[in-house]
Design a binder for this molecule. Structure first.
Ligand SMILES: Nc1ncnc2c1ncn2[C@@H]1O[C@H](COP(=O)(O)OP(=O)(O)OP(=O)(O)O)[C@@H](O)[C@H]1O
Ligand SMILES: [Mg+2]
Length: 359
């Protein structure tokens, strides 16, 4: 972290430098650029790590759109890379997918009703268990909008509650449950003992994952937002929740920022830029110990590997408005436009001064 005088560097270089990181979550409000940012992070990580996996846990998958390639629930190599894989998992899968269509439905749905989110938590745990065996150097999560993500991150405690509930049920009702499962058609092998065994088996994974998620050497959460009130508010809520779950977060990406040069011609954009600056200022005040990376709003979508790669430069170098970049001709043209505008502004000021004098 930076000293009091110095702001942390405004790039995500710190994530690339943190060689111990194993899990990188990218989250934020709907539509702010989570998929774009997680895709770019995974591309950048693939340059410095032996193997990278990007997972979308958003039921409305859009990694396929960003990379313009179809992905499934098994990791697929992304075209043009040798060490970057993507998979799209659905955390809201049917119960059968988790426990198998083995006649234990009544029991599982009973459990699912008793502990909200247990089915989702179990499928997330299963997925993590699988991913852990695959041995990727780092895993990037493109998460669903905030509420959903927070629910997923609570999954270890949801699972623990589930286990505790199962234990009480078992202790309280003893043989009654197994009798019931038999009555309702479940074979002995697939009765509550089997489910309990399964949950118990997962307990170890959960505890391990829970420990890893709470270890800032292994896990970090990147908050993506836009410079608007609601997004600032939601980011604060997210940061607070993450702190509550003891999950490290020290990077904020402010996406869709309007910079001076793009808005010279438009009053509307100028007004929006002013509004954005107000919230950007607040982000800096609230999160002075965070790395805050600002990304420009582009006139077009960021679609396909080439566009993602080109946009990735802003993750590594604080954005310079294009006013100071370009060919000599382009710069000359921009400067002459600015000179004209300056003349107009001076004339305006002169008129205003004269008007004032008259008063
Ligand atoms: N800085 C930017 N300039 C222009 N377009 C952008 C920028 N960032 C993202 N986009 C585009 O905005 C759209 C939404 O971005 P993205 O899909 O990354 O958001 P998201 O947070 O993942 O959305 P969702 O909540 O729906 O999953 C995409 O079409 C993307 O290409
Ligand atoms: Mg998305």
């Amino acid at each position: 972290m930076a000293s009091d005088q110095e702001l942390p560097e405004g790039t995500i270089q710190n994530i690339l430098d943190q060689e111990t990181l194993k899990w990188v979550f990218v989250g934020g409000k709907g539509g702010v650029g989570k998929t774009t940012c997680s895709s770019i992070l995974s591309i950048l990580l693939a340059r410095v790590r032996p193997s990278v996996l990007i997972i979308s846990t958003d039921p409305a998958h859009n990694l396929s759109d960003a990379f313009q390639q179809r992905f499934t629930k098994t990791p697929t190599l992304i075209n043009g890379f040798t060490n970057l894989y993507a998979m799209e998992v659905d955390p809201t899968v049917e119960n059968e997918d988790i426990l198998g269509a083995d006649g234990t439905d009544n029991f599982v749905s009973e459990l699912a009703n008793a502990i909200p989110g247990i089915d989702e938590a179990m499928s997330f745990a299963e997925m993590l268990k699988l991913v852990q065996t695959m041995d990727y150097s780092v895993v990037v999560f493109d998460t669903a909008p905030t509420g959903h993500t927070l629910r997923l991150l609570q999954f270890p405690s949801t699972m623990e509650k589930g286990l505790a509930k199962m234990m009480t049920l078992k202790n309280r009702f003893g043989g009654l449950l197994s009798q019931m499962t038999r009555i309702f058609g479940a074979e002995d092998d697939f009765g509550e003992d089997a489910i309990l065994g399964r949950l118990e088996g997962m307990k170890e994974v959960i505890e391990q994952v829970n420990k890893q998620f709470k270890d800032p050497d292994l896990t970090t959460f990147v908050c993506v937002c836009i410079p608007e009130f609601l997004s600032l508010y939601e980011t604060e809520r997210l940061v607070q929740e993450l702190t509550k779950f003891e999950i490290d977060t020290h990077n904020i990406i402010i996406n869709q920022v309007l910079f001076d040069d793009e808005v010279l011609e438009s009053k509307l954009l100028k007004a929006r830029m002013k509004m954005q600056q107000k919230y950007i200022h607040q982000f800096y005040l609230l999160y002075d110990d965070f790395h805050i990376t600002k990304l420009p709003l582009l006139p077009e979508e960021v679609c396909g590997v080439e566009a993602l790669k080109s946009f990735s430069q802003h993750f590594l170098k604080p954005y310079e408005p294009s006013i100071v970049r370009g060919t000599v001709e382009e710069l000359e043209k921009r400067i002459s436009v600015l000179k004209l505008k300056l003349k107009d502004a001076e004339a305006e000021l002169e008129r205003a001064r004269k008007g004032k004098q008259k008063v």
